[in-house]
Design a protein around this ligand. Sequence first.
Ligand SMILES: Nc1nc2c(c(=O)[nH]1)N[C@H]1C(S)=C(S)[C@@H](COP(=O)(O)OP(=O)(O)OC[C@H]3O[C@@H](n4cnc5c(=O)[nH]c(N)nc54)[C@H](O)[C@@H]3O)O[C@H]1N2
Ligand SMILES: Nc1nc2c(c(=O)[nH]1)N[C@H]1C(S)=C(S)[C@@H](COP(=O)(O)OP(=O)(O)OC[C@H]3O[C@@H](n4cnc5c(=O)[nH]c(N)nc54)[C@H](O)[C@@H]3O)O[C@H]1N2
Ligand SMILES: [Mo]
Length: 795
Amino acid sequence: MGKRDGITEPWGTRTPYGPGEPWPVRVDSHLDGDLRPDDVDRWVRSAAVLHSNGDGLDIAVKDGRIAGVRGRADDRVNHGRLDPKDLFGWQANSSPDRLTTPLVRKDGELVEASWDEAMDLVVRRSKELLDEQGPGALGFYTSGQLFAEEYYTLAAIARGGLGTNHLDGNTRLCTATAAAALKESFGCDGQPSSYTDVDHADVIALFGHNMAETQAVLWSRILDRLAGPRPPAVLCVDPRDTPVARAATLHLAPLPGTNVALMNGILHEIIEHGWVDREYVERCTVGYDDLAALVADYPPERAAEICGLDAGEIREAARLLGSAERLLCTVLQGFYQSHQASAAAVQVNNLVLLRGMLGKPGAGVLQMNGQPTAQNTRECGADGDLTGFRNWANDAHVAELAALWNVDVGKIPHYGPPTHLMQMLRYAETGTLRFLWVSATNPVVSLPELHRIRSILDSPRLFLVVQDAFLTETAELADVVLPAAMWGEKTGTFTNVDRTVHLSEKAVEPPGQARPDLDIFLDYARRMDFRGNDGEPFPQWHDAETAFEAWKRASAGRPCDYSGLSYAKLREVSGVQWPCTPDSPEGTERLYTDGKFFAQPDYCEGYGRDLVTGAPMEPTEYRAMNPDGKAMLKAAEYLPAHETPSEDHPFFLINGRTIYHFHTRTKTGRAPELRAAAPEVWLEVSARDAEAAGLAEGDLAEVSTPRGAVRARVRIGGIRDGVLFLPFHYGYWDVEHPAGKDGDRAANELTFTDWDPVSKQPLFKTAAAALRRVGAVAAPAAEPVPATVDEEVVR
Ligand SMILES: Nc1nc2c(c(=O)[nH]1)N[C@H]1C(S)=C(S)[C@@H](COP(=O)(O)OP(=O)(O)OC[C@H]3O[C@@H](n4cnc5c(=O)[nH]c(N)nc54)[C@H](O)[C@@H]3O)O[C@H]1N2
Ligand SMILES: Nc1nc2c(c(=O)[nH]1)N[C@H]1C(S)=C(S)[C@@H](COP(=O)(O)OP(=O)(O)OC[C@H]3O[C@@H](n4cnc5c(=O)[nH]c(N)nc54)[C@H](O)[C@@H]3O)O[C@H]1N2
Ligand SMILES: [Mo]
């Protein structure tokens, strides 16, 4: 058994392997203090929840408390490995400041209340508003971090119980563009590829994806290929010098917001040099001629000029992609949260389709997710989609859902697309949305243009319910706070990027009166007295396993088919990929292996949109364009971003993540090792720009946009000239000043209210900013916390 420092060596010891070989097993574990594995009372099956990778793990329980974690050797996703957040983040569960009772606002203050009192208030307000204004007055904003059972229940309650169209997830900020890009190209959400493609690929291209920090275990898989015989070539597209960029064969650092121009330039070269799989394109796709005509206008010189690159770099990238035999592409927030998000993400699908790189080992595309359970938010329809990837504009799909729920078709709103979050906020701002129930998300840190968000959520007109495990910046504004059980304290299933479903079992009791989200939603439904057409209580299920069985029925026959799964099976096998049916009980490694797609007009999840304007396509147009349900090649013209550098604001400002923190740090900020690794916000500035601004390493700088200003200590290097980078993890909460508002450090004080026309995902990563030196500051005393991780390589 080896040991490593889990903070300074996040990817652990290399276990090299060659193409087509199995990825070796390495089991990582970390236990509390001096506890030894033999001292552990029980190991409880689960998977990681601080990213979308779905790493299988067991939770160690000692004296009724979580006391550590150990990677699961037999898990198909991680083969035993864990990342720093997984190894240390579980400590948040037993943090002394967990919410343990409901809170209600009285005379302006949040005070403790009983569950009856809090739920009665929520129900009373719901009924008043239903009477006064109808269901359109009520909205729900949920998460990518609950379980499938919880989303399915919430979707049923909102759409089938109340009949409101206002239900979305924070997946809107996260992977709405992944879903949109998959729908635009393949007719339906659902990841074509598998993580096992890393084992076979000869070229891996990461587009706006800092996998090393955000899916550290998957990155270890790539690092192990790079350390083995016949390693793949890696292409990185990111304005920063990330760990991915440093390991890459080729790194392109385009200016932020220019992804479409870059992709068009690359596709231009792919077509120009005949690197197109003609047979595949002919047999499996529509739209080639339009795409070829559009990208003909993007010779590398033109693309390079827009992107601030050399034409030679674009040619080199295209040659690498064009000569690959097994090409695997991944896409994430550098595309999804940037200008022309969906249009850019779709061009990666186009690249894969043109090259015929789908449905075979080592080839494909992963339109990545970010949050652990974002896939389930989308599948279950707790975002702006209908349950089971159903098409809200297809009456037969809505009727199916109504039959499943035993409610009238007219109850399920489908007069227009489900309301996306940014629109819900607008309704709240103008006063037609009067009730918002926020679960497992912290919008007062994570939404763009925070001063606006605070004023909307703080408005006395809006009744705000917040369901969380902690008194977050958002919970502080609530009228009612509901204390939630977290991962490890409740049972449910969730699905990672490559469609792998895991069961996460309850290991310990939640603190105080905290309750599982599922129980809270069902309690609401019973108190509201929702009923099906047979007069029986709706939803018809009452706990996690009955909810899962109901969800299985709702998914049957749809692309995300869970009908062959059960809790019993998920207790035997560590991770099964959907679709999993009685006919394919082992699950399905890759979609579209036969060149057939979920795009048939009667089956598809959506009829698509214009990639540049977002205008929806009519069903008849779709039918004419794609009668046989093939994959769709869709072209998009590049347009400049809405906010670009100017004299007053000469920098591009982008933001994102560090390996040590998860989002608004409600968990990682309470884990001593992770907190010590990144205690404060910083700003990345290139050496040239730092010199011009008179900034030395560690100086305090102020970065400002027309929305606000943030102060942060400078880190020099690692980014292209003219671009600044802020991590977005730091709201005003901190263990050291829990109630203090000495903020000025949230990246979203600076971002603007704008979204992609197709996916409606906010454009977090495009803003123009000014930079100035505030002064020198003393470096905070470094207090590293020992972070020992045990590693056992199994050969
Ligand atoms: N450690 C850690 N891991 C996480 C999370 C976390 O909070 N912390 N969150 C999880 C979640 S929910 C998500 S969504 C994922 C996100 O995972 P990633 O998308 O990998 O993370 P980000 O840092 O947001 O953005 C990725 C990169 O986009 C680059 N970028 C910015 N603008 C542009 C642009 O215009 N073009 C291009 N090409 N690149 C650009 C940034 O420099 C950044 O390195 O991570 C998941 N994993
Ligand atoms: N500027 C900028 N902004 C961004 C991004 C960016 O890159 N840049 N990224 C965006 C992306 S991709 C994402 S995913 C969002 C994330 O933004 P948020 O969703 O706001 O981030 P989290 O901190 O993960 O918030 C989750 C909340 O759920 C609570 N919680 C955890 N488990 C449970 C549970 O089981 N039940 C309940 N009820 N509560 C629970 C946590 O305590 C926490 O308060 O941020 C977005 N905002
Ligand atoms: Mo995300």
